[in-house]
Structures are given as structure tokens and as C-alpha cells.
Ligand binder design. Structure first.
Ligand code: ATP
Ligand code: MG
Length: 450
């Protein structure tokens, strides 16, 4: 395991001052399984004030209550946390108090899963009192200690467990898995923001669909809207799966990106509420995109998602079933409304939705290839689909004598005409159009002075 230089320097400085210091948790786990750790956490026998004294002005007390001091290094900040044991837990949430200890063994015992309860020092020594390395090698996620007790102490660990299973592709050990299910209601006491963090780290994982399939009732604690999809038969020839299985296949078919995964998870969430059966016994879900959109919006608000994230997901859900005609004009229009990034996402969503249907319908992929080709060609050329690209701007129109709201209205009108190919995106042609309309007072009444 190659500990980065700046982290090594922190460990050395602590040891030179007579303290113990170890890399702990996620970084040890990730390095052992051949992944690049995102950040390196250090646990030390030094009390926070001792760490502060050792590093002087390079140290900042960032989380003193939990014993965390942040050391500034040329390679970025390194968090040094005093060995601790957690005090009494209340309401299935974080402990009220923490107690510092001088024993790395005690510090490792408070950690959630065996694979997260390992420590490594400068000399490469590994502390692994719960068999985390062997569990990692065998691909197993297991609680440290009694799983019921650990989940009762802190219910967030339930979701963290599912997150590690999905992200690292681990199998949850049967005792831990049973306790995950038994204690799921404890998640009600956990703040939405903390649920969101773990859930959004789970969704991009390779094993996300498998974990959603295995534990829908756990996710149903905070998103009960998911549950009617489970086992809901579709009764039409497009589908070989029930709504939930279709959703999971579609989720698996988008890249591991949280926006796309979230859009796939929610794209059909309104289907059960929209189900009708016609006289031939064929199932329909008329209006489901709008119902899914409204449910998705509510669900994402409940998890306290950021506005931009929520709006993007909701829009993809709303649009997922719209046909994108394969013409320059319709692609330019879609670009105008969605922008490039979201139109590309929409194409991925539609591809995945189709791949989650019966294989006989997979030829839809070619239609999407075609839409993508047009999109690439338009973007490589001088396609006009936003005001930024329009060959005239507000100043040009002010110079022609328009002012006030008329300027914005005229720009929107010119953009629409340029997008639809009614006018070329050419400065002279656009200005000429404005001039003519003002003189004639014709269709461009909006170009008149207010
Ligand atoms: P990531 O790679 O996502 O950062 P991580 O394992 O480092 O994964 P963190 O949330 O950064 O996860 O936590 C760091 C370490 O702290 C964990 O590896 C674990 O040992 C411990 N830990 C974090 N949260 C809990 C918890 N709720 N209960 C017990 N131990 C925890
Ligand atoms: Mg971490």
C-alpha cells in the first residue's frame, strides 16, 4: 500500500513526537482492494490539543467535539482524529458524546463494518482485529460485532452497508443482511441529508440494481412510492418484466452517474397509479410520465436534494417517453429546450428504457443512434439553439430602436425562427426581418414600441 508522501509526513511527525498514528478506514480498505483511496484519514493516540501542538500553525481544530484536527500539507488537507470510543447512542443516531482512548483496538471496534475497521502504519503493519482483509478478499460485508446492536446504535449504518455492497460489489453476510431488514425502521430517525449522501453514493455503484432488488423494503422507508412498482405486471407486449424489474434493468443500462441512475429509478414510478386494462386485456399507463415527474419531484424534495439536481432528474423523467423525431428541426428544438448536456442524458435514458423492454423492441436503439448522429452533426456545425449562438443580440435590437420587454420578446421570436430554419442565423437577415416587421406593423406587432 503506497501511502501518499504528505500523509506519510503527517504520520512521521506524530510518531516523532511520541504518539501512535495509523491510516484507518476507507483508505486502507480501498488500497487493499486495489482502488485509489479518495482521502486518507489518520487516527492517532494524540489528544486533539496534542495534535494541535505538534503541527502548530499548520493545524486547525475542525471537529474538536469528535477529536478531529485538520493538518494542512502541500498535498492537501489531512484529517487526524484521536482514537475514540463512542458514548451512549440516542434515537438511533450519532452518539451524544465521545470518549478518547489510547488504544487503536478500541477505536477500530467502534467502526461499522469489518472492511472499514482496519489500520495500517508507516511500516506497513496491518491491524485487522475483525478479519476485514479476509472479508474483502471473499467479497463479504459484515458488521463489526452484533449487527442488530450496531444498527440500533446508528441506523444510518443500514444504508451505509447497502452503499458499500453496491459500490464495492460485496455480498452482505446473512446475519448482517437479516439485521438490515429487521432494523430498517430506524432510518426514520435519520436526517434526510445524511440519507441522501449515502443513497447517492449507492446509486452509481456497479451493484446498485442488485441491492435495490434485494432490499426494496429498506428503501421504501424513506421512499415508499417505490414499493407499488415491485411485482406490478405490465400486461403488454413491450414488456417482459414487471415495473420494478424493468426499472432495475433500465437502471443497470445507464452509466454509473447519479443523475442518470436517479432518473432511471424514478422514470416509471407513476406507472402503478396510471394502470388501465383495455377490453382486449392489454395494459396501458396513459399519462405516467407526468405522474412520475410529480412523484419524483416530491421524493427528491423529501431527500433535500439540490435544486439543479432535482430539476434535471425531474425533467428527464418527464421527457423519458417523448419521441425525439429524427430531423434536424426537432433536434434543434430539443436542444433549445434541454441544452446539450440534458439532451445527451435524455438519449441515454431512452436507450436504457428501451433495453429494459422485451428484446423484440431493442431495434429502437438504431433510432436513437440516428438522433445522436444528427445531434453531433448539428453541434459540429454552426447550429443555432440558444440565445448565445444567435447572430444578433439585445444591443443590436436597441440600436434599431426597440426597448424594454420588446427586446427580449423579439430575441425569443428570432431564436425560434432560426431554430426552426424559417430564418438563417445570419446577422443581416435577422436585422432585416426586425426592420421589415416594425415597418409593416404586421406579424411582428411585438416589435413595436411599447
Ligand atoms: P468513502 O470512500 O466513501 O469515504 P469511508 O469508509 O471512508 O468511505 P467515511 O464516511 O469517510 O467512509 O467514514 C470513514 C470511516 O469512519 C469508515 O471507514 C468507518 O470506519 C468509520 N465510520 C464512518 N461512519 C460510521 C458510522 N456511522 N458508524 C461507524 N463507523 C463509521
Ligand atoms: Mg472517507
Amino acid at each position: 500500500m503506497d501511502i501518499p508522501e504528505n500523509v506519510q509526513a503527517v504520520l512521521k511527525t506524530l510518531e516523532a513526537a511520541g504518539h501512535e498514528a495509523w491510516c484507518v478506514g476507507g483508505c486502507v480498505r480501498d488500497a487493499l482492494s486495489g482502488r485509489r483511496p479518495e482521502d486518507w484519514d489518520v487516527a492517532a493516540s494524540a489528544r486533539p490539543e496534542e495534535t494541535l501542538a505538534v503541527f502548530g500553525s499548520r493545524a486547525e481544530p475542525t471537529g474538536l467535539k469528535h477529536g478531529t484536527v485538520t493538518v494542512k500539507t502541500p498535498g492537501g488537507p489531512v484529517e487526524v482524529t484521536t482514537y475514540r470510543v463512542d458514548g451512549a447512542y440516542r434515537d438511533h443516531r450519532r452518539p451524544e458524546s465521545v470518549t478518547f482512548t489510547r488504544s487503536i483496538g478500541e477505536d477500530l471496534a467502534r467502526r461499522d463494518f469489518t472492511v472499514n475497521a482496519m489500520a495500517r502504519n508507516l511500516r506497513g503493519e496491518l491491524r485487522d482485529p475483525f478479519g476485514g482483509r479476509e472479508d474483502l478478499r471473499r467479497g463479504i460485508l459484515r458488521c463489526v460485532g452484533d449487527p442488530d446492536r450496531r444498527f440500533q446504535e446508528d441506523a444510518l449504518r443500514i444504508l451505509r452497508g447497502l452503499r458499500f455492497a453496491a459500490a464495492l460489489g460485496l455480498e452482505i453476510e446473512p446475519g448482517t443482511a437479516a439485521a438490515v431488514r429487521r432494523n430498517r425502521e430506524g432510518l426514520r430517525d435519520i436526517a434526510a441529508e445524511r440519507i441522501q449522501v449515502e443513497f447517492f453514493k449507492l446509486l452509481p455503484g456497479k451493484g446498485a440494481a442488485a441491492v435495490l432488488r434485494g432490499y426494496p423494503e429498506v428503501f421504501g422507508v424513506f421512499w415508499p412510492e417505490l414499493l407499488p412498482m415491485v411485482g406490478f405486471g405490465q400486461r403488454n407486449r413491450h414488456h417482459c418484466y414487471d415495473v420494478w424489474e424493468h426499472t432495475l434493468h433500465a437502471l443497470d443500462a445507464v452509466p454509473g452517474d447519479v443523475v442518470l441512475r436517479c432518473a432511471m429509478l424514478l422514470h416509471d414510478v407513476g406507472k402503478p397509479a396510471c394502470f388501465t386494462l383495455d377490453e382486449k386485456g392489454v395494459g396501458h399507463f396513459y399519462g405516467h410520465p407526468a405522474v412520475s415527474r410529480d412523484l419524483a419531484d416530491k421524493m427528491l424534495r423529501r431527500l433535500k436534494c439540490g435544486t439543479a439536481f432535482r430539476e434535471t432528474v425531474v425533467r428527464l423523467v418527464e421527457w423519458h417517453d417523448k419521441d425525439i423525431p429524427r430531423t434536424d428541426k426537432s433536434i434543434r428544438r430539443a436542444l433549445r429546450i434541454l441544452g446539450e448536456a440534458d439532451l445527451r442524458r435524455l438519449i441515454l435514458v431512452k436507450r436504457a428504457d428501451n433495453l429494459g423492454q422485451a428484446p423484440a423492441y431493442w431495434d429502437r436503439q438504431q433510432e436513437l443512434d440516428k438522433a445522436e448522429e444528427i445531434l453531433d452533426r448539428l453541434l459540429a456545425g454552426d447550429a443555432c439553439f440558444s440565445l448565445k449562438q444567435l447572430a444578433v443580440n439585445g444591443r443590436d435590437l436597441l440600436a434599431l430602436g426597440l426597448f424594454g420587454p420588446a427586446v427580449g420578446k423579439a430575441l425569443e421570436d428570432l431564436l425560434e425562427k432560426a431554430v426552426d430554419g424559417v430564418l438563417p442565423n445570419n446577422r443581416e437577415a435577422l436585422l432585416e426581418h426586425v426592420r421589415k416587421n416594425r415597418e409593416s406593423g404586421g406579424e411582428g406587432g411585438e416589435y413595436e414600441r411599447p
